[in-house]
Design a protein around this ligand. Structure first.
Ligand SMILES: [Zn+2]
Length: 215
């Protein structure tokens, strides 16, 4: 999980939200009533904002059909007035991994303590051999149980993502001395892409921890 940027709002969505609040004809808090072009614009804006990564598990999401689900951080059943509120929306994956369920598909309507929009929550996240945890119980429970982010496939994928990054550093500098600014430049290069590498938060965490150790 990475910190969620605010991103660029979608004007058509804001207009629709305002119309729902006014009680305008034909405008209800139901995504099925939203013009399909507006929904497509929201999907694109979420994918762009999140560098093409699921807001929870950091798998690849794409702005089409099965490639993305629009998640309401405050579930619609609890906060129908936030149904079209941009800051309440997250782009997430379909949450299926063989027999397992993750992310929104696992969470359902349960409330979450962990909030990818809050920097202080993201700062409490740790990765160890692919497993994700948080230094605060309620946040940890959400990562591990509510969102199911420690299913075996995700843990393995996160380990592989970090290994791949370290191998790419090694290729350039086999002696593994890697000055801090060399790593920083490498990260900045990856972070500048429209599509971030999957599980990029693991690499960012590794780099942050390495910096802390050397300080
Ligand atoms: Zn996901």
């Amino acid at each position: 999980m990475r910190l969620l940027e605010h991103g660029a709002r979608v004007p058509e969505l804001d207009e629709h939200q305002a119309a729902v609040r006014r009680g305008a004809d034909g405008c209800s808090p139901d995504w099925d009533d939203l013009p399909s072009e507006t929904k497509a614009a929201v999907q694109s804006a979420l994918v762009q904002r999140q560098g093409g990564l699921c807001a929870y598990c950091m798998r690849r999401i794409r702005a089409s059909g099965e490639g993305i689900r629009i998640e309401h951080y405050e579930a619609r059943s609890h906060a129908p007035d936030l149904c079209f509120e941009w800051t309440n929306l997250l782009g997430v994956c379909h949450g299926r991994l063989q027999q397992e369920r993750t992310c929104d598909a696992r969470r359902g309507n349960r409330p979450l303590s962990i909030d990818p929009r809050r920097e202080e929550h993201i700062a409490k996240i740790r990765y160890n051999r692919g497993r994700i945890s948080a230094s605060e119980d309620a946040l940890h429970r959400d990562l591990d149980e509510t969102l199911g982010l420690n299913v075996a496939t995700l843990c393995r994928n996160r380990e592989d993502a970090l290994r791949g990054f370290l191998e790419s550093l090694e290729k350039q500098k086999p002696d593994r001395t890697w000055p801090a600014d060399f790593i920083r430049r490498k990260l900045a290069h990856l972070a500048s892409r429209a599509e971030l590498p999957e599980y990029f938060g693991v690499v960012e965490y590794w780099a942050r921890k390495r910096d802390d150790r050397r300080r």
